[in-house]
Design a protein around this ligand. Structure first.
Ligand SMILES: [Mg+2]
Length: 128
């Protein structure tokens, strides 16, 4: 019998709020994605270079190093520069969204998000 090993799509989520990590993990795991979790900027950066995920959901306001700095460093490392990143923040409005794009992120997720919205964005980002 032949065994097929299907490599799961890996998503790194970084947020300093444990509740957000739990919710995101539940939503994304329900679709079969493999989840890696980081709780601050430095950890997010380390996990990104260690696991080279397919997508990164990056909270902006985090201790140690904020999401903007993490994004800049990800973009300067050729190993992680091409990984799609969506910034995540509670701040609403068009400014954080525009800044996200200028800094090289592909999308912006506003907290609180609903599960369908999140999944649609993730699917779209993985397709890019
Ligand atoms: Mg935060």
């Amino acid at each position: 019998m032949e065994t097929t090993i299907t490599e799961k799509i890996k998503i790194l989520i970084a947020d300093d709020e444990p509740d957000i990590l739990v919710i995101m993990e539940l939503i994304l795991k329900s679709q079969g994605y493999e989840i890696i979790k980081g709780t601050n900027g430095i950890e997010a950066l380390e996990l990104a270079s260690e696991h080279l995920p397919d997508l990164i959901l990056l909270d902006i306001m985090m201790p140690e190093m904020d999401g903007w700095e993490v994004l800049r460093l990800l973009k300067t490392d050729p190993r992680t520069a091409e990984i799609p990143v969506a910034m995540v923040s509670a701040r609403d409005g068009s400014r954080p969204k525009i800044t996200s794009m200028q800094e090289g992120a592909l999308d912006y997720v506003t907290k609180p998000f609903d599960s369908l919205e999140l999944l649609n964005k993730v699917k779209e980002l993985l397709g890019k």
